[in-house]
Design a binder for this molecule. Structure first.
Ligand code: FAD
Length: 466
């Protein structure tokens, strides 16, 4: 039987954006309903994105480090993989986090409704599924996120054709795997499956893997993966996939494209599209843009005054930390606080080996927009810590305003680049200049000191490479 529920604020979608918004709104005194159709909170990030991929990447790192130890006089025998054990690690991590979210919702008296929500007017939403309800609300926050793009040329009805969700299910380790799309998700999966024993090839339409990153950051990764992977084809596209009994026969086009090749499996990671269809946007009078994203202002308000939108549904960059911050802003605005979403930078990280991380201005963006900048670069071949770690391929760079010396952007390639990026984010947000960075005493020997050394390189004050 259909429940009638009345709340101040309705949140549609229980991913990082949605649960953050719901919790913050409840903390600020609103009555809140959170509607989620997958029967569990956490969205893509916890259930089939950030977290399962990182739990596998950690295991890949253990395997890689053990195999690299050979060159330092330590040898291990070849690892044996127990897929059930590996999946168990993923499930425990995800389970802990999603359970925690359930408890946090309860503590705050957020009413979680498991079912699919459709707006029927700008003050009502129907829920169907595990629960049937009509929710009446004063304000709503749309946080329905995104899903994988599935082009018809890829025969997804064949279980050997996978998307990122299938790949993270890890039901087997194929002998040969073609990854279509060398973006962050594709390259993270290449890292996992190659460590687990697949012969991995990657095909990317653009002229480099991880296309949005600056080329100098990607080069060391590409060099490393030339050794680790079977092949990386850039500026090449897939033209046909034929399902055969003995495998998937893939045809390619472009300079340096291989002949049609058989693969045991393919993973298609060519992008994500917003979940703006089927949620009743018409009943709200909201029209998404031509790619399906909902347009919002800096308060995350749509064109309809009491309706807000956050996270992947509002466009690039489609990242969990962006969704979380937007969720907080929307909840605060609704509660009458003077909040807005206007970050100086949104960090991006590829958790590959080496990792690639960047924030704020990139050289690509500066060149495209004609923004004046200079840069300081510190090569990790001169970092005592990196060499001690057995690695010399990393790099740290800082981009700055030639007049004011303000830090505009930063990029890292190397072990732990994603963690190192945090200091750069803070520097950019706080309007730091080069001296703020170079005069801050960094512990030695750390990888984090490479950020100060990059600033010293820019200032010409460096006296010693360490
Ligand atoms: P989502 O997480 O997509 O959540 C939306 C929720 O809404 C879903 O649970 C969905 O079931 C629900 N929903 C949709 N429609 C309805 C409806 N009508 N009724 C009820 N519920 C509905 N980002 C990072 O920052 N770092 C990473 O390392 C990272 N790794 C990733 C790895 C992979 C393999 C993938 C696929 C993504 C990764 N991302 C990463 C991206 C990240 O997962 C997303 O940016 C993030 O989850 C977006 O959060 P969201 O709240 O906007 O939406």
């Amino acid at each position: 039987d259909k429940k009638n529920i009345q709340v101040d604020t309705l949140v549609l979608g229980g991913g990082p954006g949605g649960y953050t918004a719901a919790f913050r709104a409840a903390d600020l005194g609103q009555s809140v309903a959170l509607v989620e159709k997958r029967g569990i909170l956490g969205g893509v990030c916890l259930n089939e994105g950030c977290i399962p991929s990182k739990s596998f990447l950690h295991l890949a790192q253990i395997i890689n480090e053990a195999s690299e130890a050979d060159q330092f006089g330590i040898s291990y025998s070849k690892p044996t993989l127990d897929l059930a054990g590996i999946r168990g690690h993923r499930d425990r991590v995800v389970g802990n986090l999603t359970k925690g979210l359930g408890a946090l919702a309860k503590q705050r008296k957020v009413q979680v409704l498991y079912g699919s929500g459709t707006f029927t007017s700008s003050s009502t939403l129907d829920v169907t599924g595990d629960e049937t309800a009509q929710v009446s609300f004063k304000q709503a926050i749309i946080a329905t996120g995104s899903r994988v793009v599935q082009l018809p040329m890829f025969p997804f009805d064949d279980p050997r054709v996978m998307d990122s969700t299938d790949a993270l299910a890890l039901d087997e380790i194929p002998g040969t795997l073609l990854i279509v799309g060398g973006g962050i998700i594709g390259m993270e999966m290449a890292t996992v499956y190659s460590a687990f024993g697949s012969q991995v090839s990657v095909v990317e339409l653009m002229d480099q893997i991880i296309p949005p990153a600056d080329t100098d950051l990607v080069k060391p990764l590409a060099r490393m993966y030339k050794k680790k992977l079977k092949a990386i084809y850039t500026s090449v596209k897939v033209t046909k996939v034929e399902t055969k009994k003995e495998g998937l026969l893939v045809s390619f086009e472009g300079k340096g494209a291989p002949q049609p090749t058989l693969y045991d499996r393919i993973l298609v990671s060519i992008g994500r599209r917003p979940n703006s269809d089927g949620i009743g946007l018409e009943a709200l009078g909201i029209t998404p843009d031509e790619r399906g994203f909902i347009t919002v202002n800096e308060k995350r308000q749509t064109g309809v005054a009491n309706i807000y939108a956050i996270g992947d549904i509002t466009g690039q960059p489609m990242l969990a930390h962006k969704a979380v911050h937007e969720g907080r802003v929307a909840a605060e605005v609704i509660s009458g606080e003077p909040a807005e979403f206007s970050p100086a930078c949104i960090p991006s990280v590829a958790y590959t080996d080496p990792e690639i991380a960047w924030s704020g201005l990139t050289e690509k963006e500066a060149e495209a927009k004609g923004i004046a900048y200079e840069k300081g670069v510190f090569p990790w071949a001169a970092s005592g810590r990196s060499l001690s770690n057995g690695r010399n391929e990393g790099t740290t760079k800082v981009l700055y305003d030639p007049e004011t010396k303000r830090v505009l952007g930063a990029g890292f390639c190397g072990n732990n680049a994603g963690e190192l990026l945090a200091e750069a984010n803070l520097a950019i947000e706080m309007g730091s200049d080069l001296e703020d960075v170079s005069l801050t005493i960094h512990a030695h020997p750390t990888l984090s000191e490479t950020f100060a050394l990059a600033a010293e390189m820019a200032e010409g004050t460096i006296t010693d490479l360490m």
